[in-house]
Design a protein around this ligand. Structure first.
Ligand code: CP3
Length: 331
């Protein structure tokens, strides 16, 4: 069990650090990024630490600077619009993201064998959508226009992203992470056909390259109910599932092959603890004691989430596991 965005604004310790440093500053100061990572994992008592970084960091070394505007989310200063912009993207500066590997080395040293550490990167589609839309989007129309009208330019963009993301993530494994999560947060905006034509070959290549390190891969997206079996074709060992699809149904759509991660609605952390517990138990019941379920939320912890409910959720999951071991249900 671990939670996406387990270090974030809902936690007072994180807000205290943020008073003195911007998000990107925290990412670029390895001792600080390590401290934020460690504090969250230890405070919650989860089974893994996820390195504190941001999905968008590779954009900067590819030549697309960005910043976070208050209340608006990320803003890419000069979004990609045409072939020349894609041609100009750099793929030779992934090494400049070495501050993330440095932070990982601090965390790995701190935990030793006691706790696994998760590294991560964005998936090529989700990062391309930020590069092209210039930030968050509702319809992804600029991305889809490029995909449909200039498929060769789209391919060039995917190939460049895979090159940078592979080098960046392989360095994270070198620094000691035990697993890599690939976040394809917005891939659910695609039809199955478009996913298969424009995205699957590229994510598959990324997954293969990362598996060359021996680290298992968690491949996560949201609104992916129809895409799950296709996502599995990437070869990722674990498929991350959001809350819109019941976990047993999701796993069945994968023929119960491999592991799954998920999938409690993060908004349930705003419910009372009775309902929270019921719904957490429901997710665990749906996992059915099969080996290979990583308990997580269906997406990241939201700002304003009561910390005591996150702590209670950790207890509920441990309590459930304890009971089922006691009656011999868990393999
Ligand atoms: O999970 C963790 O604890 C590790 C830290 C982490 C962050 N970003 C730190 C962060 C991780 C795994 C990410 C990934 C990330 N970043 C994703 C994929 C995950 C997902 O939610 O699907 C995406 C899409 C981004 C890009 C991004 N960064 C967005 C859309 C935002 C929100 C902007 C806002 O103001 O709401 C961020 C900011 C961000 N990254 C925060 C944190 C803790 C919160 C803002 C802050 O501290 O200022």
């Amino acid at each position: 069990m671990w939670f996406m965005r387990q270090a974030g604004r809902y936690m007072a310790e994180y807000r205290a650090v943020r008073q003195h440093h911007s998000l990107v500053e925290i990412c670029k100061k390895p001792a600080l990024a390590a401290e934020v990572t460690i504090t969250a994992a230890e405070r919650l008592g989860v089974d893994a630490a996820i390195i504190f970084a941001d999905l968008l960091l590779p954009l900067e070394v590819m030549g697309l600077p960005f910043h976070f505007a208050a209340g608006e989310g990320p803003v890419i200063e000069k979004p990609l619009r045409e072939a020349a912009d894609v041609n100009a993207l750099r793929t030779d500066r992934a090494g400049e993201l070495g501050y993330v590997a440095e932070a990982i080395r601090h965390v790995v040293k701190h935990f030793g064998e006691a706790l696994p550490v998760i590294g991560f990167c964005g998936a090529p589609f989700t990062l391309a959508s930020y590069m092209i839309e210039g930030g968050s989007s509702r319809s992804y129309i600029n991305s889809k226009r490029l995909m449909y009208r200039q498929p060769l330019v789209w391919d060039e963009l995917m190939v460049k992203l895979v090159a940078v993301l592979a080098e960046y993530s392989i360095e994270q494994v070198g620094a000691g992470v035990d697993v890599i999560q690939v976040f394809d947060s917005w891939v659910g905006c695609l039809s199955v056909e478009d996913y298969r034509s424009y995205v699957l070959p590229h994510v598959s290549k990324l997954v293969q390259k990362l598996q060359g390190t021996g680290a298992p891969i968690i491949y996560f997206g949201t609104e992916t109910a129809t895409l799950l079996p296709h996502m599995k074709e990437t070869g990722a060992e674990v498929i991350g599932v959001d809350w819109r699809v019941p976990l047993d149904q999701a796993w069945k759509s994968l023929s119960f092959a491999g592991a799954v991660q998920g999938n409690l609605d993060p908004a349930l952390l705003f419910a009372d603890q009775k309902l929270l517990r019921e719904r957490a138990y429901d997710v665990l019941d749906r996992a059915g004691g099969r080996p290979g379920h990583i308990f997580n939320l269906g997406h990241g912890i939201l700002p304003g989430t009561p910390v005591e409910n996150v702590l209670a959720l950790v207890d509920f999951v441990k309590e459930y596991a304890g009971r089922h071991v006691a009656v011999g249900k868990t393999p």
